[in-house]
Design a protein around this ligand. Structure first.
Ligand code: NDP
Length: 307
């Protein structure tokens, strides 16, 4: 039964708020589902494989966020059981292994958007009619530091996360007066199954082989030394329960540092820092259009000089 006192404020003011967390079979989604259950939410997690054996503190639903039918079935099953939904955490997502931006086919580019961005759209469209009817609700979308700081050899993933950031901020403006708030969480490298679930690029070019391998090695090291998923789960709980939630939450110390850097450091300094960290200039020194160490020759200018 929906009552007027649900119209405003945090879902935690409810006795038994109900949460749905996509991609809760591992990593950040699993840690978030557990954290919310401990905080008093009735939690439904999801996996494309449905409920697998083993004990957990939350219910498990079968869900593939790339399918309209699957999304409708999962949301309807939850609403049939609980009659309401107070919090949606859009977490399901993956990345393509470090790859040049031109090393994925259009089909592969579509597939990462289909999960990371359109998956969020599908879930949001499925739950909003119910949240609007309730006059309350929270949507928390898992973005990334790559949602505000694009990295080379991860262009398509960064593009999906930028799309999430833009969509979420627009949506939050639209829904605020309807008692619904939308936030994004921006984790830095987090130690999960993320690297095991990377999709390999499907249109590789020899020219990028060395750079791709070097960035992949660096990424594996960064993920292994990254935050624990609990750090992100804590940020989700904060966004879900704040009386006045922010649109963006950096998750953990590394993400907070990067956000400050992006906001206050001169763009040239950030650009140079990324190139230095990933040794991008050294990686392309052997290519034919380079003249001397560390100096990139503009191809167009070079061609004109050669006329
Ligand atoms: P994991 O690979 O450990 O978890 C990914 C989860 O997404 C799994 O539970 C998987 O469920 C689910 N999933 C994947 N595709 C689909 C789909 N089509 N439909 C439904 N569920 C799907 O990775 P993380 O925990 O690290 O990633 C979670 C989120 O955090 C992602 O959005 C990622 O972009 C983001 N992130 C991760 C960072 C990191 O360094 N790890 C950093 C910044 C952001 P199943 O396979 O069981 O269906």
């Amino acid at each position: 039964m929906i009552t007027d006192n649900l119209l405003e404020g945090s879902p935690m003011k409810l006795k038994n708020p109900v949460a749905l967390v996509t991609g809760a079979s591992s990593g950040i989604g699993k840690a978030t589902a557990e954290r919310l259950a401990t905080a008093g939410y009735k939690v439904y997690g999801t996996s494309r494989r449905g409920a697998t054996s083993g004990q957990r503190a939350f219910e498990m639903l079968s869900l593939d966020v790339t399918s309209d039918e699957s999304v409708a079935a999962a949301v309807n099953a939850l609403l049939r059981s609980e009659g309401r939904l107070d919090l949606l955490v859009n977490n399901a997502g993956f990345s393509i292994a470090p790859a040049g931006a031109e090393e994925s086919s259009i089909e592969q580019a579509r597939s990462i958007f289909e999960t990371n961005f359109f998956g969020i759209l599908r879930m949001t469209r499925a739950v909003l009619p119910h949240m609007r009817r309730q006059g309350s609700g929270r949507i928390v979308n898992i973005s990334s530091v790559l949602g505000f700081l694009p990295a080379p050899y991860m262009a398509l993933y960064a593009a999906t996360k930028h799309a999430i950031e833009g969509y979420s901020e627009s949506l939050d403006h639209e829904l605020r007066t309807r008692g619904i708030r939308v936030s994004v969480i921006e984790p830095a490298s987090t130690n999960t199954q993320f690297d095991a679930n990377l999709l390999q690029p499907d249109a590789t070019l020899d020219e990028y082989r060395e750079a791709r391998a070097a960035v992949a090695k660096r990424m594996t090291e960064m993920l292994a030394a990254g935050d624990q998923p609990d750090v992100v789960a804590d940020a989700v709980l904060k966004a879900a329960t704040a009386t006045h939630p922010k649109v963006r939450y950096a998750a953990g110390a590394a993400a907070s540092r990067l956000r400050l850097l992006r906001r206050f450091a001169p763009a040239g300094m950030v650009d140079a820092g990324i190139r230095k960290t990933l040794r991008l200039d050294a990686l392309t020194e052997s290519l034919p259009h380079r003249r001397g160490p560390g100096q990139i020759v503009d191809l167009a200018v070079d061609d004109r000089l050669g006329q």
